[in-house]
Design a protein around this ligand. Structure first.
Ligand code: GUN
Length: 308
């Protein structure tokens, strides 16, 4: 069997075009321009690239974007003050602080400081709690993107054995919660593996859908999967540079070997990555619409904006 390649780039492209239309309508009919603030502390090269991609996506879509680059010595209290300012800024509907942060800054305190209504990463405990109990909330972008990939590719998740490798707050834990819920791309039986799992291959070989979010290149090998598995590879690992000095990327899955056994697989790059960015844009638009509706509710004549 040679796998169907699930093109996140293509699926994200369609969502992006729909968003572009929606944003232009929001501007024309409601005078509403969604706004996103991104904060980068320090000069981690990968983080710089991610933040740059987010800014470019905003420009393409017509989202107002404010990028704040801070030196790595920035104090926690200076970062918290900036977040408080952005919380009050009516032009900003979403705030994203690129992670990881330098060691001297407490990541949790920073996440707590973001207004949950502007938390387009879906990392604030209020949004995490709502997600876990299945209430409407801003969903974390990578897990949300994975759900969309599965839905768009027509992959059956109901009753499926889903095995996640990696228990991060950004990917592993939220995708675990989302896929076990009674929701589209949910209703699965979910197992999560981590560094202390005794026999990783025992679990991965049982998977109908395998989600790898490990952070180690090609960690999932051909002998670790069963014939016909659907593989979602979240890893983006730099394994060298090419002759033009550009990074050579590899996922957490040995793509070339595993694709011979899988029914479907996401490539790296061009799989989960583009979905993460477009879901961030979608969250920003959603946050802007909700802010508009909240504003209008306090005025005469209710909103005719539809929010999810
Ligand atoms: N670093 C790696 N992934 C993410 C993400 O989804 N959001 C933020 N803010 N930082 C990240």
């Amino acid at each position: 069997m040679t796998a169907k390649i699930i093109s996140g780039a293509e699926i994200a492209g369609k969502i992006r075009e729909d968003l572009k239309k929606e944003i232009s309508e929001l501007k024309e009919k409601h005078g509403l321009t969604p706004g996103l603030a991104t904060i980068l502390v320090g000069d981690d090269p990968a983080s710089k690239i991610y933040v740059g991609q987010k800014k470019k996506a905003c420009e393409y879509l017509g989202i107002y974007s404010k990028q704040v680059d801070l030196p790595s010595e920035t104090t926690e209290s200076a970062l918290l003050s900036l977040i408080r300012e952005l919380n009050k800024d009516a032009k900003i509907h979403g705030i994203l602080v690129q992670l990881p942060l330098p060691e001297h800054i407490n990541q949790q305190r920073v996440i707590y400081a973001i207004d949950p209504d502007k938390d387009v990463d879906g990392f604030h405990p209020v949004n995490v709690g709502k997600m876990v109990i299945g209430e409407k909330s801003l969903l974390p972008c990578t897990p949300h993107g994975i759900l969309e990939l599965l839905l768009s590719s027509g992959i059956q998740t109901q009753g499926a054995e889903v095995v996640i490798v990696g228990r991060s707050n950004i990917v592993g834990k939220p995708i675990l919660n989302l896929m076990l819920q009674k929701r589209p791309a949910g209703n699965a039986t979910v197992t999560i593996c981590h560094t202390m799992t005794k026999d990783l291959a025992f679990h991965t070989k049982r998977a109908d859908i395998l989600i790898a979010a490990i952070g180690r290149p090609k960690a999932i090998t051909r002998d670790m999967v069963k014939e016909g598995v659907v593989v979602i590879d979240v890893g983006v690992n730099r394994i060298g540079t090419n002759s033009e000095g550009k990074a050579i990327l590899a996922g957490d899955v040995d793509f070339e070997a595993v694709k011979e056994k899988a029914a479907a697989i996401t490539p790296v790059p061009g799989g989960v990555g583009p979905m993460t960015i477009v879901m961030l844009m979608k969250n920003t638009v959603e946050a802007a619409k909700r802010a508009e509706v909240r504003g209008q509710r306090s005025e005469v004549g209710s909103a005719n904006l539809k929010v999810n």
